[in-house]
Design a protein around this ligand. Sequence first.
Ligand code: BGC
Length: 341
Amino acid sequence: MKKRIISLALVLTMVLALFAGCGNDGGSASGEYADKKVGVCIYQFSDNFMTLYRTELENYLISLGFSKNNITIVDGANDQATQTNQIQNFITDGVDVLIINPVNSSSAATITDMVVAANIPLVYINREPSKEEQERWKTNGWNVCYVGCDARQSGTMQGEIIGDLGLDKIDLNGDGKIQYIMVEGDPENIDAQYRTEFSIKALEDAGFTVDCLDDQVGNWDQVQGQTIVANALAAHGNDIEVVFCNNDAMALGAIQAIKAAGRTVGTDIFLVGVDALTEACEYVISGEMTGTVFNDHIAQSHGAADCAVKFIKGEKVDIYVGCDYVKVTKDNAQKILDSLK
Ligand code: BGC
């Protein structure tokens, strides 16, 4: 009898353990939103920043109770036609909510119309649709919103990081001006436009005179960044005092070009990016990059997922959900790195 009770208890424990184990694997159907389907469109998987973003987004959605099997993330391969097809497929599939990082922000109106007609709530991320488009969501009371940061702030911070060094340090040729080159992201994207404009505006507002030696589009891409900076260094040599890159991927390319040209960041040239990718923070710590600006992919991806949940629950969602950038220099780069672990 005693033996039977023990084996019964054992079986019971095993069954209980089996049930308990179901809760955490993300793929199971036990989370609060496990039956809800989420479609996520990313403009391009090979983008370093968007890779961090989508990984965090998926993990956070799972932590909120979505099932991994019901979260589908697709690569738009930087082609709007491909992405529009993917959106159409998600609509046909009857997803409960869409999170879209558009290839072209200017396609937002078309995308919104498609998704709203299918009665699916929509969260735009990373590439901000125009203010007129956002007005349309508001006026019509549509379940559409945007989650992102104000790129003007990141540009301003880049300019301030350079300006804070002081003219004596930056003005290597002593002509009283700051000679710089600009490496831009995709100009269709407001982040690229604003960072280009506001980094320089911050220097001018602080009283510096600037002199642009070159301004090229590197499409957020490391290899293109490297080529642009290598060419600029070959053309302008020691005249270049500062290299502004609209993001860290292109700044990582710039570092290669600067090293290959025998120049030393912090001594005879200065370099800033945006994003605070791990490698960039490490370069800021070692002095191979002057600074960067933390583009908070954690706050943004969580904000996007939280909006998705609110839509699913039928709650009110703000049209625009913003977040702050953070200046990253040698002083706080380690702290930022630690916070990302
Ligand atoms: C990031 C870039 C990224 C771009 C993609 C920007 O906010 O800083 O690194 O390539 O978004 O749209």
